[in-house]
Each structure stands twice: as C-alpha cells, then as structure tokens.
Design a protein around this ligand. Structure first.
Ligand SMILES: [Fe+2]
Length: 663
C-alpha cells in the first residue's frame, strides 16, 4: 500500500493516440487495485500520474488495461506502462505492450522481465499465458498457398490480418506512395512500352532511370566483362548458388572437339580452384506465356575458376541438361564468338534472377520468416523470453508477404506479367526448392563449409555472413542464458519445445527430414536454432534483398524473361540477342518492381536498433547494448575493408541490414 507513480507511453505513428478513456488496474501477487481512469491518450506522449493504493499488492505481476468508448472504437497504440512504488523507495516495474488496444475487452500486460514456464514455479503467469495462446491460435492460423511445401498465414487480403501485423501509418504512407509513383512511371513509359523490341543494348537505357545507384551504373558499363560476371556469384544479388567443385558435374557431357576444355577443367579441379553454379532446379519448369507469346527457360551450369588474385572467371556454360538419345548440348566458352558468349551469359543471368527471386529471396527469406512469425505467435506467450527476443525481428513480415502473394506471385501479378517462371512455373519452383531447404543451408558456418566457400578471400558475402552470425549468436546466447541455467530447463520448457515443433513439423511441413530439430535438447542447440531464425529474418534476407537495386536494374544483367529458346548452335547475331531479351514493356515492369522493392527504405529499422523494449531487466538491456556495440564495431570493420575495394560489399553492413523482413 502507498502512493504509486504511473507512466503511460503512447506510440508515435499518426493514429496511435485515442479519443477514448482508459481504465487501469494493478495486479500484484496478493491483490488487485484500480488505478482509475486515464484521460484520452495523446499520440507520441508519456503521461505521468500518481495513485494512492490502499491495498497491499505484493510484488507486481500485471497491469490490466481496458479502453472504453461510446460511439466509435478509436484504437490506441500503447508502448508501455510503468509503475513505481509504493512511495519513492519502491521499485520500478515496466509492463511492455507495443500493440493496439481496441474494443472494450480487458488486456493483461505482464511485467517485462520475461519468464519461462520452468522459471514460473508458482504458476503466477500460467493462466495468463494459456489464455493468450488460445486467443493467438485463433487469430494466427496456418494456410497452404497453392499447396507449396511451406505454410503461410491464413489471410487472403490485408484486412484478414490481425491489426498488430499491419503496417503502421508512416510505413503504409511510404509504401503506398512508391506504388503510385511506380504506376505513374509505367504510364509515362507508354510510348516506349508500345514498341515490340529494343533495337540494341543501349536502348535499355530508356528504362534505366528512376533512382539508380552508383553500382547499378557500374553494372551498365561493366556487365559484359567476364570477371564482372564471375564476381556476381561471390558477392552479387544471389551469392547462394556458387559452390566449389569436388568432381566434374555428371551433367557436363563434352561434345566432340572439347577435349581441351575438359582437360583444363580437370586441372582446376585438381588444384581446388574449380567452382560451379548449377541452375538444374529450373529443369522441367514450365515457362510462362505472356500476352499469348511463349517465353523460355533454361537450366544452365556455369563452371568457373578462382584465380590467385580472387577473380572468379567463367570457363564454360552449358545451358541445358543433356537428353538421352540426343547429342550433348553445346558448351559455350569465352573463346566463342562474342555474341554467342554474351547470349549464353544473358541466359545465366536470367536463370539466376528466377532462382534469386523464388528460392533465395522469397522462399529462404520471406516465407521462412513468415513461418517463424506465425509459429512464434501461436506457441510463445508475450511473457516468454524467446518471444520477446524474436518479436522485433518479425515486424511487418506478414503484411509484406500478403502483399507479395497478391501483387507479385499471385494471379496476374508481376510474375505472370513479366517473369519467365510466371504463369505457374514459379509455384512449382517454390515446391521444388522447398525440398532443398535444409537446416544446414540456413546456418552460414555449415552452409559455407558445405559449399567450400569458407576460405575464399574474395567472397565478402561469406566473410560478413560469418561475422554477423557470430555477433547474433552471442546476443541470442546472452539473452537465453539469463533464463535457462541448465539444459534440463530447455528440455522442460514445453512452450519452447512446442515452438520448435510448430516450425519444423507444421510450418515447414516435416522439415526434420531436412535436418531441422523437432525438439531442443540443450542450451547450445536452442541458441543455434534461435540464431538461425534471427539471422534468416535479418542478415540473410538483406543480403539477397539489397542487391536487387544494384544488379537487376540494368535489364540485360538480369533479364526477367527470355523470348526465344536457348541457343543450340553457335551462330547468334545481335538481332537474335535483342529478340531474346525482355521487350520494352517487360523491361519497364522489371525496373518498376525492382525499384519498389529494392530502393533504400525511408522507414526502416536497422538490425538491433528497435526502439521497443520488450525486456525490462537491466541484465537484458546490457546484453542488447553489447549487441549494438558489436554491430557498430562490425560496421566500422566493413567500412574500412570497403575503402580498399573496387566494388564495396555493403549488403551485410549492420546499418543497412533491416531488423525484420519488412519489404
Ligand atoms: Fe525482401
């Protein structure tokens, strides 16, 4: 009993305030007391008031909140409520909220230290966590879009999403404004779009304008160079395909007269400097038909050699897999006539763009993050420390993915209109790529070892991925150790176990056969798994997302579609090349989408810089501070390294890595 000082913080987005009054109660271990009515909370404000509480409440557990309205329900975005008391000597308790308060139901906000079921020996939060999960399970339901190998949130339109998943006003305004700007650009390009084909490569400059980057300019001037082609497998938009060869790929059948090439490849293989980029996943995928015109796909294999100076140079390109009973498909090499070699490289770029968007970006970034998001909400209550740790990294993922399903990969979306894998091929590709979604491939220390990239000095993706993985892992472990003192505490936390199983068995549809854990047996194993979640939602997504604007803006470097079949002979002409590359309308659509998604976001939270304080304890705050210090040190390291590079590698610079999959 005594005087308590209450502070209430309201969010800063445009409609965060409310015209409604709010009733508050304080709940302690020994009792409950009304704190009275709070006047209408103002946007971006912190209100402080004092209340004399006659009851003896004991240690505080919850603040209960009820918003009351007369005619209109004016939702209120509450950041947190803090309570200090009784008297000046009393402790300060923080009750994080960070969600919309709407309707008239009573919301219970648990004190912010965080607590697992194992730590809650008295069961003080038991009823609360059970009720919260029951509600969340009805709000967040699974669905299976097009029967792919991975589940998503049940929401066909944005209005189906829980209100806390929607973009807040600043993000919404920025996103919608760019969409309008993009649509206007398509209309402005109308005279160009009505042309059936470009005349020469320079014509792509017509659509190369809106917000291009310095590196995109460089791509335009250097894209034909072999070293620049090879560089992209190491540090471009999609550094996920390259691997060191351990033998010559079985699909590589040499046509007569190519014995010299075979010998050269063998020599590089023996020296451990032979690499490959295999796009076999595209084999058998049905190509799109755009405006009644058949489009085409290939399934290339590129063989490359790593030079001592770090340059990766292409040695051979095979565009299609051999067919039994037919002559082996041609193998293109740098000594072929320049147009034949360039056309072969354009085919590789186009295939790379298809796999980048569907496999590396959508499936392994966006859809994985969506699985974590839905599973976390369904199985971990807000008082759980792992929920608190993960929730900043799940912001806006459900909305951006619902938008992607309707505007990009859904019927009549961008894929159907402009991508060679559109029209259903992309749906099959998601399913086929799901089979390769292994646990180890999502953890850079394992993935880079498996791909033989650990000691490739010129692979900055690999270097930065490893460094960021370590930094994130130390952060995760720091928080985790505050709540789990033994491995038994991990094994006995049925909520944590349910969370792991929900991801592996349900969201990822039986991913235990791909190495994902179905249960967590130790602290180290749990931290590894959580690190994989955070890394995927942040660094990994950014590493493939940010490169789009640089590498996909010059259309010949990333053709969204190919309008003629892959060559089977070596007699290409410029006319054939131009008739193969995207037409003006397809190019405009590509530039438009790449700009909408790839441009640097005005509203974005860099990795670890979220303002929400889901943890209230000084120990947890110290771990977050340490994380931020390590990120700042890494930022500096990368900046210094980049100064000495011809092309700076920036996609894992902590200040550019977004805190969640939000675009
Ligand atoms: Fe993205």
């Amino acid at each position: 009993m005594g005087v308590f000082c209450i502070r209430v913080s309201t969010g800063c987005s445009l409609y965060a305030g409310s015209i409604d009054k709010v009733h508050l109660w304080l709940v302690g271990e020994h009792g409950e007391a009304s704190l009275g009515m709070l006047p209408a909370p103002q946007r971006n404000s912190e209100v402080e008031f004092q209340v004399d509480v006659p009851e003896h409440l004991g240690p505080l557990l919850f603040v209960k909140v009820q918003k009351l309205h007369y005619f209109l329900d004016d939702a209120w975005f509450c950041n947190w409520i803090s309570v200090k008391g009784p008297g000046d000597q009393g402790a300060e308790y923080r009750f994080p909220c960070y969600r919309w308060v709407h309707g008239t139901r009573i919301l219970s906000l648990p004190e912010g230290t965080g607590c697992t079921v194992v730590e809650d020996t008295q069961g003080l939060f038991r009823k609360h966590r059970e009720e919260e999960l029951e509600e969340r399970k009805s709000l967040y339901r699974w669905d299976n879009w097009k029967n792919g190998g991975i589940l998503n949130v049940a929401a066909t339109s944005l209005s189906d999403l829980p209100v806390d998943e929607r973009f807040r006003e600043d993000k919404k305004v920025e996103f919608e404004a760019s969409r309008v700007w993009g649509k206007a650009d398509v209309l402005l390009n109308f005279p160009i779009n009505s042309l059936t084909s470009w005349k020469d490569l320079d014509d792509f400059t017509w659509v190369f304008k809106l917000g291009r980057t310095k590196l995109a300019e460089r791509v335009r001037s250097s894209w034909k160079e072999d070293a620049f082609f090879g560089y992209q497998f190491l540090n471009g938009a999609n550094p996920m395909v390259l691997r060191r060869s351990t033998q010559l790929p079985s699909r590589l059948e040499f046509p007569r007269g190519m014995e010299k090439l075979q010998a050269k490849l063998h020599k590089e293989l023996e020296e451990g400097t032979l690499f490959e980029a295999d796009f076999s996943l595209l084999n058998g995928i049905k190509a799109n038909v755009i405006q009644s015109r058949q489009q085409y796909l290939a399934a290339p294999l590129v063989m490359l050699k790593l030079k001592p100076d770090g340059q990766l140079l292409p040695m051979a390109i095979q565009l299609e897999l051999p067919k039994t009973g037919s002559d082996p498909p041609p193998i293109f090499t740098p000594t072929d006539p320049p147009v034949d070699w360039l056309l072969a490289k354009c085919w590789v770029h186009s295939s790379d763009m298809q796999l980048h968007e569907i496999q590396s970006h959508l499936l392994r970034g966006h859809l994985m993050a969506e699985v974590f998001s839905v599973a976390t909400r369904r199985t971990l209550p807000s008082v759980h420390p792992v929920f608190k740790l993960l929730v900043p990294h799940l912001l806006y993922t459900l909305e951006i993915n619902v938008r992607a399903r309707s505007d990009l990969i859904g019927e009549s979306g961008f894929f159907d209109k402009a991508m060679s894998t559109g029209g259903g091929g992309h749906v099959d590709l998601i399913k086929q790529a799901s089979a390769f979604l292994t646990y180890s491939s999502l953890c850079p220390p394992d993935d880079l070892a498996e791909r033989g990239l650990l000691d490739v000095q010129s692979c900055f993706y690999a270097k930065d991925a490893l460094r960021l993985w370590e930094v994130i892992n130390r952060y995760v472990t720091g928080i985790f150790d505050l709540h789990y003192k033994t491995d038994a505490a991990v094994r006995n936390d049925h909520e944590l176990q349910n969370w792991c199983r929900e991801i592996t068995e349900t969201g990822l549809q039986g991913a235990q056969k791909r190495g994902f854990p179905v249960s967590l047996q130790s602290r180290a194993q749990a931290c590894h798994f959580i690190t994989m979640c955070v890394f995927t939602c942040t660094a990994q997504h950014s590493s493939v997302h940010l490169g789009q604007l640089d590498w996909f803006y010059w259309v010949p470097n990333a053709p969204c579609t190919m309008r003629l079949p892959p060559p089977t002979t070596k007699d290409a002409t410029m006319e054939k090349l131009m008739a193969t590359l995207p037409d003006p309308h397809q190019s405009t659509l590509q530039i438009n989408v790449i700009w909408l998604l790839g441009r640097r976001q005005a509203v974005m939270v860099p990795l670890g810089q979220h303002s929400e304080e889901h943890f209230s304890s000084p120990e947890a705050k110290a771990v977050l501070m340490k994380f931020r210090e390590e990120l700042a040190a890494l930022e500096e390291e990368i900046e210094i390294r980049n100064k000495s590079l011809d092309i700076p590698y920036e996609y894992m610079k902590p200040s550019l890595v977004e805190n969640s999959v939000a675009v």
